[in-house]
Design a protein around this ligand. Structure first.
Ligand SMILES: *[C@@H]1O[C@H](CO)[C@@H](O)[C@H](O)[C@H]1NC(C)=O
Ligand SMILES: *[C@@H]1O[C@H](CO)[C@@H](O)[C@H](O)[C@H]1NC(C)=O
Ligand SMILES: *[C@@H]1O[C@H](CO)[C@@H](O)[C@H](O)[C@H]1NC(C)=O
Ligand SMILES: *[C@@H]1O[C@H](CO)[C@@H](O)[C@H](O)[C@H]1NC(C)=O
Ligand SMILES: *[C@@H]1O[C@H](CO)[C@@H](O)[C@H](O)[C@H]1NC(C)=O
Ligand SMILES: *[C@@H]1O[C@H](CO)[C@@H](O)[C@H](O)[C@H]1NC(C)=O
Length: 272
């Protein structure tokens, strides 16, 4: 058996959307590369979700290249903090998953970089709030279930330059979520929704997906990080000739990236 290492081809598939532009995702070996130092392991874009809670799994070590905090103060690359919201322009909701300060009973969570110390993967587990209880598609027009984005916001420094990026992962809250007496109230977690224009103003949308296989972005880290420079090999190893993320993932290409709008996606297929 050969190992599934080669990225073979990129597929463009468009979600039910009339938008002209496509929302491209850079996916390799099941991981989703973000415009930041964190890499999303789960959930995959477009997944129907439900259950007790939602779990967002993030590798915060750039697949082993970046050390964990506390970073040396001179480290040219580091994650300052990560916040996550769950929002929908359809339902009008914008729930706090984590804004860095835990609320009562962890209804919203504390700083993600500080959870699971020593672990390069942060498993962000958030109890679905009460108004998302139900099963299947939204059944009434005022239902809060349905299409959402997990909005992953990274404040980070890359090679001496600070960035704040927003990475929206579309999911659908359509699987079963059972009633529980301890579900947080939606009202307590809800925030005002910003207009798309204000969102575009608020963050750096010219940062492309970083560190996907084939991407040539170099990550500079501090010399004195555990006696190493933290520059481990990329995991998974880059396949040859896949082209995914190569030229397009260079920070020099700033301004040409318009992937932020729209709903299609590009996935890299794995060859056995
Ligand atoms: C995240 O880090 C940035 C840069 O240090 C800071 O300005 C911001 O207030 C921090 N946000 C949170 C939620 O901690
Ligand atoms: C999800 O995010 C995309 C891009 O940011 C946006 O166009 C879309 O309207 C959002 N979806 C929902 C359900 O709000
Ligand atoms: C909230 O989560 C933190 C980190 O997982 C944990 O240490 C703390 O005990 C939790 N607090 C409550 C009230 O559950
Ligand atoms: C964090 O989110 C919770 C829940 O939405 C909210 O009550 C709290 O005021 C927020 N804190 C900050 C610092 O934004
Ligand atoms: C959701 O609320 C947070 C906290 O107020 C805000 O920073 C973010 O821009 C909001 N998201 C949307 C899509 O409006
Ligand atoms: C998405 O990726 C495809 C294939 O690389 C490209 O042709 C298309 O222009 C991209 N769309 C956007 C909006 O960046």
């Amino acid at each position: 058996m050969t190992l599934p290492k080669l990225l073979h081809t990129a597929l463009l598939f468009t979600a039910a959307s009339r938008l002209a532009s496509a929302f491209n995702f850079t996916v390799a070996n099941g991981q989703i590369y973000t415009p930041g130092l964190a890499i999303l392991n789960a959930p995959q874009p477009g997944t129907p979700l439900g259950g007790e809670l939602i779990e967002v799994s993030l590798d915060v070590s750039t697949n082993g290249r970046l050390a964990l905090p506390p970073y040396p103060s001179d480290s040219p690359s580091q994650i300052h903090n990560i916040t996550i919201f769950l929002y929908s322009y359809i339902t009008g909701r914008n729930f706090t998953i984590s804004n860095g300060t835990a609320s009562a009973n962890n209804a919203s969570l504390g700083e993600i970089m500080l959870q699971e110390p020593g672990s390069t993967v942060k498993h962000v587990k958030w109890l679905w709030p009460d108004c998302l209880v139900g099963d299947g598609q939204p059944k009434t027009p005022d239902s809060d279930r349905g299409a959402y984005n997990i909005s992953i916001r990274q404040s980070f420094r890359l090679n001496g330059e600070d960035h704040y990026t927003i990475f929206d992962v579309p999911i659908s809250v359509t699987n079963s979520i059972e009633e529980r007496s301890d579900r947080p109230s939606c009202g307590a977690l809800d925030n005002a929704l910003w207009t798309p224009e204000d969102i575009l103003e608020s963050a750096d949308f010219d940062v492309p997906a970083l560190f996907a296989p084939g991407d040539s972005t170099v990550l500079q880290t501090s010399e004195n990080t555990n006696g190493q420079d933290g520059l481990g090999p990329a995991k998974p190893p880059a396949g040859s000739g896949q082209g995914l993320g190569s030229g397009a993932s260079s920070l020099a290409d700033k301004g040409r990236m318009s992937w932020v709008l729209g709903l299609g996606m590009v996935a890299a297929m794995l060859l056995p």
